[in-house]
Write a protein that binds this ligand. Structure first.
Ligand SMILES: [Zn+2]
Length: 252
């Protein structure tokens, strides 16, 4: 009993000491509640306190006021102060990023525009150049064709001239053959072998041949030495045969 009593007295004495101390503090300040609030604020804002103190926080998202030491709203899970501070920084960063994006976008737009213009110009130039090349090729091809045609014409003309000359030479050879036949026939009349007088001699190609057929190397002729001409214009005489060699112009 005695011990308890002492203990009780001691406890009472301690309480009185605390009460006195509190009264003393209260005397030093104008009002109790204000002092208590200031104390609480000083405790809460004490940077040396390790564990975060509970605070009345208003959620920036759902607007629910909660007394909590957590960094997130227990109602919706949205972050408190960190989110707000982050939002301010993010806004500034976003503005800077937007400004940079606008500048970069404008620069890229200008570059793309310039590049597009350059590409269009290059394509136009290439098209013009291709058209020029095509026109030049076409003109060259036309000129080549014209040259070839002119060359062919010239060759044909040259060949025609040459052929005409060849035919003229053959006509002269035939005349010479006829002259030779005439001379031979007259000589035979003089000898008394043939009956005269021999008026003329003519030679015609044998077997449908023609002096105009320039592919033939030789021409065979049937010649007649005329000694009689009838009233109807037909003539008769002695037959001779001759062969002309067109290559060397000889005949026999
Ligand atoms: Zn919330």
């Amino acid at each position: 009993m005695t011990v308890r009593s002492e203990s009780s007295v001691s406890a009472n004495a301690s309480d009185e000491a605390i009460a006195a101390s509190t009264e003393h503090e209260n005397l030093g300040s104008k009002s109790g509640p204000t002092s208590a609030l200031e104390t609480e604020i000083s405790v809460l804002s004490d940077p040396s306190s390790d564990s975060p103190q509970p605070l009345d926080k208003v959620c920036p998202k759902c607007s629910v006021r909660t007394r909590t030491a957590g960094a997130f709203c227990p109602q919706c899970g949205a972050p408190y102060a960190g989110h707000r501070r982050g939002f301010k920084v993010s806004r500034r960063v976003i503005l800077i990023i937007l400004a940079v994006l606008v500048v970069v976008g404008a620069a890229v737009g200008i570059l793309v525009s310039v590049q597009h213009t350059n590409q269009l110009n290059a394509e136009k130039a290439a098209a013009v150049q291709a058209a020029d090349v095509a026109r030049k090729r076409e003109a060259d091809a036309a000129k080549t064709a014209a040259d070839a045609a002119a060359s062919a014409d010239a060759a044909a003309a040259a060949k025609a001239t040459k052929d005409d000359a060849e035919r003229a030479v053959r006509a002269i050879i035939v005349k010479a053959l006829e002259g030779s036949v005439l001379k031979d026939a007259k000589s035979r009349v003089t000898d008394g072998t043939l009956m005269g007088p021999i008026s003329s001699a003519s030679c015609t190609p044998v077997g449908g041949g023609s002096t105009d057929d320039l592919t033939a190397i030789t021409g065979t002729f049937e010649c007649i030495a005329v000694n009689k001409t009838d009233a109807d214009g037909s003539s008769s005489g002695y037959r001779f045969s001759g062969t002309a060699n067109w290559n060397d112009g000889s005949y026999s």
